[in-house]
Design a protein around this ligand. Structure first.
Ligand SMILES: [Zn+2]
Ligand SMILES: [Zn+2]
Length: 451
């Protein structure tokens, strides 16, 4: 497996003398498999250079698979400038998180409307096949792709590629699931216990598990993080901690902040390496640099990883929103209103309750697809309602996703919530974009699990 970084910058392309070594182009990583298959992670401005090189190679046709994490600008702005898409005879499969009506093709066509760009999506010469993905696993040539939702204020997927006994994970635009990262400011402090108690952190580590290379969001430092909560990005310290815990071999710090010059990125690398050394780990840490190549020799068959379900083309996920009911439960009317205002444009059927007892009754009669519920309420609190639901015999109630709304992010609280059967947390104060992406994620996960 041959990996080449074409764009390593996050948020905004930053060309100029301060970013010469690590590069100024936004997210784009090329992966060539030993059998010649071409896979590209994200299509930021770095895709322009990759397209030029592919065109100059003389190889025809130029076919490939483009795996997009999400459609924020820094991950798709190179799409209209990726030359192989203009050539008849080429075939491109394009994958991105889909579902709930927000289709990939429409989104990509949106940035190519006449107002923004002279060529429309329909005018591209290549055969383009769009695939709306949900979390899951699918085969691609001789390899296997696993897609997993990341924690970001837009529905975003990370990708893991296992092929020929080697594995690379591309996990960018991801924020720690636990808001309190204060422990990480001290280089000698042990990693947060949140990595052990938060189910979503465990899921993230399983996704990274024993990978040969993890390309991970590391836009900020733990010291900067309190000012960046809710922006959807990781710290170097968190990236190192999860990579160590997941027994990863090499970690490429990625999605460099546009304000960070080359010397500042060097300091992030030092910070990460020190953290590994303090733990006595063997993890190799470097910062992804534009033009850099990593070779991972394919040595044999891919390890057998269970196919949970096919992640591709889940047409069911495009069914009307109107069918989806969400029950919002909070004794503070302002929170209920905020969630209603946030979720109403998505077209969901929204129900509200202001105490636990009513919530439980409504869950039984209305059978919502998702419960967004406050922890502390008069009478039955959120945990009691959750325990009651988990004790039901009807699987629709027993397995109903329950996302707990709480201002508490201490490990003891998180642990108590998961023990009560809570599916996930939304920490107050929350941001509308995060609410939307978490809700979409849980609805899509739920949908796939139910045959
Ligand atoms: Zn980004
Ligand atoms: Zn993003």
């Amino acid at each position: 497996m041959h990996i080449r970084f074409w764009g390593t910058r996050g948020s905004l392309a930053k060309a100029g003398p301060t970013t010469l070594r690590y590069g100024g182009n936004t997210s784009c990583v090329e992966v060539s498999m030993a059998d010649g298959a071409l896979i590209i992670f994200d299509c930021g401005t770095g895709a322009h250079g990759l397209g030029q090189v592919l065109m100059a190679s003389g190889k025809r046709p130029i076919d490939g698979h483009l795996l997009i994490t999400h459609t924020h600008w820094d991950h798709i702005q190179g799409f209209p400038f990726f030359a192989p898409l203009f050539i008849p005879g080429n075939t491109w499969d394009i994958y991105a998180p889909g579902g709930l009506g927000n289709r990939l093709e429409e989104t990509l066509a949106g940035q190519m409307e006449y107002t923004y760009f002279p060529v429309t999506l329909e005018q591209l010469g290549a055969t383009i096949r769009f695939h709306d993905l949900v979390e899951g696993t699918f085969d691609l040539h001789g390899g296997r792709v696993t897609a997993r939702y990341l924690n970001h204020p837009a529905l975003a997927l990370g990708y893991r590629l296992d092929v020929g006994g080697v594995s690379v994970v591309y996990a960018t635009d991801h924020e720690p699931h636990t808001r309190d990262q204060s422990h990480a400011v001290d280089p000698n402090a042990s990693p947060s216990r949140a990595l052990e108690v938060h189910r979503e952190e465990q899921g993230h580590m399983a996704f990274l598990s024993q990978a040969d290379l993890v390309i991970h969001d590391a836009q900020y430092t733990a010291a900067e993080y309190p000012q960046k909560v809710g922006w959807g990005h990781s710290t170097v310290e968190y990236a190192v901690d999860v990579a160590l815990a997941a027994q990863v071999k090499r970690l490429a710090l990625f999605h460099h902040d546009p304000l960070r010059d080359d010397a500042a990125v060097d300091r992030l690398v030092d910070l990460g390496r020190q953290r590994v050394a303090t733990r006595g780990g063997t993890l190799e840490v470097f910062a992804a640099a534009e033009g850099q190549v990593v070779e991972l020799p394919e040595v044999g068959q891919s390890p057998a990883r269970p196919v949970t379900h096919t992640a591709v083309d889940v047409e069911a996920s495009a069914t009307a929103h109107a069918a989806v009911t969400i029950l919002i439960v909070d004794d503070e009317p302002d929170i209920v209103r905020l969630l209603q205002v946030t979720l109403r444009p998505e077209g969901f059927r929204l129900l509200a309750a202001h105490d636990g007892e009513t919530a439980l009754q409504m869950a039984r009669t209305e059978r919502p697809s998702l419960l967004l519920m406050d922890w502390q309420m008069p009478g039955r609190d959120g945990l009691e309602v959750c325990r009651a639901l988990r004790a039901e015999t009807d699987p629709q109630l027993r397995d109903m996703p329950v996302v707990l709304l709480t201002a508490q992010s201490k490990n003891e609280h998180v642990e108590a919530g998961f023990a009560a059967g809570v599916t996930d947390y939304l920490t107050k104060p929350f941001y509308p974009a995060y609410v939307r992406s978490r809700v979409r994620e849980w609805l899509l996960r739920k949908r796939v699990e139910t045959p």
